[in-house]
Ligand binder design. Structure first.
Ligand SMILES: CC(=O)N[C@H]1[C@@H](OP(=O)(O)O)O[C@H](CO)[C@@H](O)[C@@H]1O
Ligand SMILES: [Mg+2]
Length: 553
């Protein structure tokens, strides 16, 4: 123990906490300006090593700030099954990140290890897989993570280099499952399952000219574009043109491009122009865990028709529901998980399909957790982060139904439906939302259905909406309930929101403190854009009055 203590003290002394700053493990781990994150990432390395010791399995640590500007960075930890670190460990991660000096840090670690019954320094081994995105501060921060990990006796860091966030999560999951876990395995799994699903398209939908074979992808000048260029070498039946790959001269990470920009601004990203009219386009975020689709609108100054996470979710739900309807021998409880940011039209559409739609607070860890309760759990945030989870029991039932049909009814509609579901389970990332696997699944489904982009767009018409953010003195003064749809404190605020909302047809409005920025977010929806704008503005004024602030968009 004495060795462990001195190792921690020496290591922590190299990464002092910056003066006057505090850090919090939010919806997506720790985030801040990349230059001040040394101590935070070092300490996240310690947390990851302890998590590995506790679980007796390999965990992951990824250095990324996703869609944030290039000067930001961040760190998050992946649990052995590839999901986000269990929330019960967040208070410890927070306490450690804010420990004022090496001594208090070491004491926190020793006390936590005792409470969690983690034995330190006695021949245990721990393993942490590391990855980072393309940010310039990533390399130094990676070193900090390595030092944090090696300050726990027996812990080993394995650097996997530059990866998308979902790749790292996928690798952690496969590593622990004992299945193939390298990047080339990931590429092969995606391209093989994509090919399988494309080949299963019903004959009547083949050779339709309605489906454009070309797709242009905005890589946000992040890590996803170059990975997609690798995957596309083995893709048949789809021509992929990747732009904003982050290569020299192509622009800055997430600046004027990427899924967050496209979804929020509803403008084409840089590098796209009217010459792309009529072609289906997609946009990834900086670490390739978010995905949206779009098409340019003619004569509109680069405005776009957007297909967001809600519509991707709807497409996936329809497709799975269709296959299941052909397989009465394969009963499955299907759950669709959304947040309050889902467009009301999307929720209505999904409920009208007879699907069970459930809401959770914002943040994929909440959606993911809920989706795990179903045989097939589909979840998406409106901003394009989501995936489909299949329970172990469902996968084994699917496997036996598939075997039976292959021997008894080969080539039948039923057998093809089962094979399609198998291909979906292999194509979609089971660990976390993955823009690259999601993109290929969308393409394969459109091909199977013989649907054009427009047909997909026209599934339902989004209700006009407006998002605003307000900087307040203390955003934690707002407490919410019912999946963040209602404010419980300050109570007067909810009364004002209700009064404003009642003035508008199809009005819906909620406010919540952001988990990633120091702001309160306001979301409003109504029958017209003007009404949505005016509802959001009037509620922002109330937030302003009650909590003291200035309004930002
Ligand atoms: C309205 C919105 O888009 N919120 C985003 C944003 O969280 P906030 O807690 O709203 O700051 O970042 C999260 C992490 O990327 C993402 O999960 C979430 O959907
Ligand atoms: Mg991201």
């Amino acid at each position: 123990m004495a060795d462990q203590l001195s190792l921690l003290l020496d290591s922590a002394a190299l990464f002092p906490l910056p003066n006057g700053l505090s850090f919090s493990y939010g919806t997506s781990g720790f985030r801040s300006d990349g230059s001040v994150l040394g101590s935070t990432v070092h300490r996240a390395g310690i947390v990851a090593a302890l998590r590995s010791l506790k679980t007796g399995s390999t965990v992951g640590l990824v250095i990324t700030a996703s869609h944030n500007p290039v000067c930001d960075n961040g760190v998050k930890i992946a649990d052995p099954d590839g999901s986000m670190m269990d929330q019960s460990w967040e208070p410890f991660a927070n306490a450690l990140a804010n420990a004022p000096d090496p001594n208090s840090l070491a004491q926190l670690v020793l006390q936590f290890a005792k409470d969690e019954e983690i034995t330190l320094g006695a021949g245990q081994s721990a393993e942490v897989l590391l990855a980072r995105d393309t940010r310039p501060t990533g390399e130094t921060l990676l070193e900090a993570a390595k030092q944090g990990i090696s300050s726990i006796i027996g812990a080993v860091a394995i650097d996997l280099g530059i990866l998308t966030t979902p790749e790292l999560h996928w690798m952690v999951r496969c590593w622990n499952n004992g299945t193939k876990a390298t990047e080339s395995d990931y590429f092969a799994q995606l391209s093989n399952s994509f090919r399988n699903l494309m080949e299963l398209a019903p004959n009547e939908n083949l050779n339709l000219d309605t489906v454009e074979k070309k797709l242009i992808v905005d890589g946000a000048n992040g890590v996803g574009g170059s990975k997609l260029e690798e995957i596309k070498k083995n893709i048949i039946g789809l021509e992929i043109d990747v732009r904003n790959t982050g290569k020299e001269g192509e622009g800055l990470l997430n600046e004027g491009c990427g899924a967050d920009f496209v979804q929020k601004e509803k403008f084409a990203p840089c590098g796209f122009s009217l010459s792309d009219l009529g072609i289906r386009c997609a946009s990834l975020d900086g670490d390739a865990d978010r995905l949206v689709f779009f098409c340019l609108i003619p004569n509109s100054n680069n405005k776009i028709e957007l297909v967001d996470g809600d519509k991707i979710l709807s497409l996936f739900a329809i497709f799975i529901q269709e296959q299941l309807s052909l397989l009465e021998e394969l009963p499955a409880r299907l759950g669709v998980v959304q947040t309050a940011y889902a467009n009301g039209a999307a929720t209505d559409y999904l409920r009208n399909l007879g699907l069970e739609v459930i809401f959770t607070p914002t943040g994929v860890k909440y959606l993911h957790e809920k989706a795990l309760e179903y045989d097939i759990g589909l979840y998406f945030e409106a901003n394009g982060h989501g995936t489909i989870l299949f329970s172990k029991e469902f996968l084994s039932q699917l496997d036996s139904v598939n075997r039976e049909l292959s021997s008894k009814l080969p080539g039948s509609k039923k057998q093809k439906a089962a094979l399609r579901l198998v291909a979906v389970t292999q194509l979609i990332n089971q660990a976390v939302g993955d823009a690259l696997s999601g993109l290929l699944l969308v393409e394969a489904i459109l091909h199977n259905k013989g649907w054009s982009f427009q047909k997909w767009c026209d599934l339902y018409q989004d209700l006009p909406s407006r998002q605003l953010k307000v900087k307040v003195a203390d955003r934690t003064a707002i407490l919410t309930a019912d999946a963040e749809t209602r404010v419980v404190k300050p109570a007067a605020l909810q009364e004002l929101i209700d009064t404003e909302t009642a003035k508008y047809t199809h009005g819906r409005c909620f406010v919540r403190p952001s988990g990633t920025e120091d702001v309160v977010r306001i979301y409003a929806e109504a029958a017209t854009q003007d009404s949505a704008d005016s509802l959001a503005n009037s509620v922002a004024q109330h937030v302003n009055h009650i909590l003291g602030s200035d309004i930002k968009t």
